[in-house]
Write a protein of this length. Sequence first.
Length: 217
Amino acid sequence: MIGVIVPAHNEEALLAPCLAALIYAARHEALAGERVRIVVVLDTCDDFSGAIARAYGVETLTLKVRNVGIARAAGADLLLAADARWLAFTDGDSRVSAGWLAAQLALQADAVCGSIAVDDWTAHPLSVREYFYKTYVDADGHRHIHGANLGVSAEAYRRAGGFPPLPCSEDVALVERLVASGARVAWSAAPRVITSARAAARARGGFGDTLAAWAVQ
């Protein structure tokens, strides 16, 4: 079984397209019918995120910690207890491609760090978009780490000790743990994810804050 974890804090505006894309990716022919379980970890939500997740027929786990590291770890623990062999992580404001899961598994690595693309820059000045395209490497061999596009085998995740309870940069910390444990990490642009460049960031210190900082450079 393949497990997919989506941490969510008040994602009602973007969660539906996120889940629709995940469900489509879970049906990819290259997965040969292997079961995919999608879990939305609802962290301190007071909007309709839970109702949207249930309407799409995916599992939910409710927390009140306001901590994305804890949320990702809780979702992973739930799926590992159900014997997931592979864990894939994205975010509630992101849309994976149809071949996202298939591409992760095809790399035959212990972990996969994928790149991201942005399809709407209207919340930011032109200079932010230009700086992104100038500095971001969307190609194999990149060294970007995104919680919105991350996969890891169950064995490697356990060996590395999982996500630390960090409110941001939990994805970076996990990959550092994976590397330290000797895991084979694929830095690939093959698993495709489109993510939001919204100005109102959900996690302090995350991608949204990075974009905001570029705007005042």
